[in-house]
Design a protein around this ligand. Structure first.
Ligand code: NAP
Length: 449
């Protein structure tokens, strides 16, 4: 940790990137300099803003003398670097360069942290530099500091989050209007909630990066995105949403990190939630994170997960907190970098997760079929919580002919909690049965704690 600054010289802040978030941060640092200085308790000064193109138009017009394309020189001159370039490079090299020199870093770059978080934390620990990244998960929502600080005297057992606004908007549209996936995606793109290339969002990669960060902080272990099992929402159909609704569920893309005696399981996948679950009411592009801790019980954090202005709030919170520490020195000597059991929590394969499955399938419409299906589940130690038969798949008005019977009947099963491995083996066996004509969907279910 750097020694407290004793000089009356302003704290020199360098900003890397002035896009959606960076331009708002630059505005706050210039227009609200007096306020921020008073919150810090010492003067601060924005000394430069590194960008690719100094001529590019920006949401807030940055004074020309601040703009530079020499990011390295800015890193070397500043006391505190705010990295808002995004992506792995050159952001990674610049952040590491700052940390190795003992310079504090505030960043919102989840992609970088999910890949290089362990290495960067190590570099910070070695030089005593401060590294903060509240904006990397949940945009404006203060979630990382509560996990790292407020809950540091408790044991977190599980964190579940709606941490990607694009996919929540799409699933919410499908649920509330009956829209098909690609129509809801097109609407999200039209409104600016989804990128023209939505892959990172709809395939779950963005949420997986955030799951790695949440898991690392909750369980004090250097997890990376490679430790996260990831399924996106592209295969969720209107029929799934409708069937879920008919049974009192809503489908959400959840990032789930949970700990058991053997390690931690980190996963992202579409999940059925009972409509009464606190996360089920998170609508549109909003984010929410639900935390379960041994003593605190259940906590929920809710707010805007993206957007230049909301995200700049989280960045500025980190800036003030770091600047105070640089000004006055550490207020405690402790660290939250170990789990307190002097054991590293290891990432477990998703097969070890205990979950519930919702299985929607078409079966031959004849006697004994349900018993056969039930036997397969029992053979795999999976018990049935509920079973629905919404009716034959024959089209409206068709008589109950032999042909219609052969096309089958729909069966929807919700299992009790079981090991993921047993559940996936069950589905493989069901798919191979003659009487199972098709397995339409398999979704995981989260029940209330
Ligand atoms: P953005 O709009 O794409 O802005 C990126 C900025 O970085 C631009 O000003 C760009 O310069 C600059 N830049 C990129 N590569 C550079 C290079 N090689 N050298 C110098 N400058 C470079 O990004 P953003 O939406 O503000 O996001 C910034 C970070 O915050 C990302 O890590 C993102 O994941 C994170 N974040 C964003 C949000 C959000 O709502 N946007 C929410 C949470 C976290 P030019 O302007 O000259 O091209």
């Amino acid at each position: 940790m750097s020694a407290a600054r004793t000089t009356a010289e302003p704290l020199k802040i360098g900003l890397l990137g002035a896009g959606n978030v960076g331009s708002q941060v630059a505005r706050t640092l210039v227009e609200e300099r007096a306020l921020i200085s008073s919150r810090v308790g010492a003067p601060i000064k924005l000394i430069g803003v590194a960008v690719r193109d100094v001529e590019a138009p920006r949401d807030w017009k940055i004074p020309g003398e601040l703009l530079t394309t020499d990011a390295e020189a800015l890193v070397d001159e500043a006391d505190l670097i705010i990295e808002l370039m995004g992506g792995l490079e050159p952001a990674g090299t610049l952040v590491e360069r700052a940390l190795r020199a003992g310079t504090a870093v505030v960043t919102g770059n989840k992609a970088l942290l999910a890949v290089q978080g362990g290495k960067l934390s190590q570099a910070a620990a070695e030089s005593g530099a401060l590294l903060r990244f509240e904006a990397a998960v949940g945009g404006a929502i203060p979630i990382l500091r509560p996990i790292q600080e407020s809950l540091s005297g408790d044991r977190i057992t599980k964190v579940m989050g709606i941490v990607n606004g694009t996919t929540n908007y799409i699933l919410d549209q499908m649920d509330s209007t009956g829209a098909a996936f690609y129509d809801a995606l097109a609407e999200a793109q039209r409104l600016g909630y989804a990128e023209s290339d939505p892959t990172a969002d709809v395939e779950g990669h963005d949420a997986a990066a955030k799951a790695a960060i949440l898991g690392a902080l909750a369980f004090h272990a250097p997890f990376s995105i490679d430790d996260v099992y990831c399924e996106g929402i592209t295969s969720v159909t209107s029929a799934d949403i409708e069937a879920a609704a008919a049974s009192g569920y809503v489908i959400k893309l959840l990032a789930i990190v949970e700990k058991n005696d053997d390690g931690a399981i980190l996963r992202v996948h579409p999940t059925l939630l009972p409509r009464t679950h606190p996360l089920a009411s998170v609508r549109g592009a909003f984010n929410a994170v639900f935390v379960v801790a041994e003593n605190a019980g259940e906590l929920m954090f809710y707010g805007q997960g993206a957007g230049g202005l909301p995200t700049s709030s989280a960045i500025m919170g980190d800036v003030v907190s770091v600047a105070r520490r640089l000004h006055s020195g550490p207020d405690h000597p402790g660290t939250t970098d170990t789990n307190g059991d002097s054991q590293t929590v290891r990432a477990l394969p998703v097969d070890d997760a205990r979950t519930q499955y919702y299985i929607d399938m078409e079966v031959a419409d004849r006697e004994g079929v349900i018993a056969e299906v039930a036997r397969v589940l029992a053979d795999h130690h999976v018990s049935i919580e509920s079973m629905r038969q919404p009716g034959s798949v024959s089209t409206d008005g068709e008589v109950d002919t032999e042909a219609a019977r052969e096309r089958g009947a729909v069966v929807q099963i919700v299992t009790h909690l079981a090991k993921e491995k047993h559940l996936s083996d069950t589905v493989s066996t069901l798919r191979a049965l003659d009487v199972v004509l098709a397995v339409n969907s398999v979704l995981r279910v989260e029940v209330e704690q």
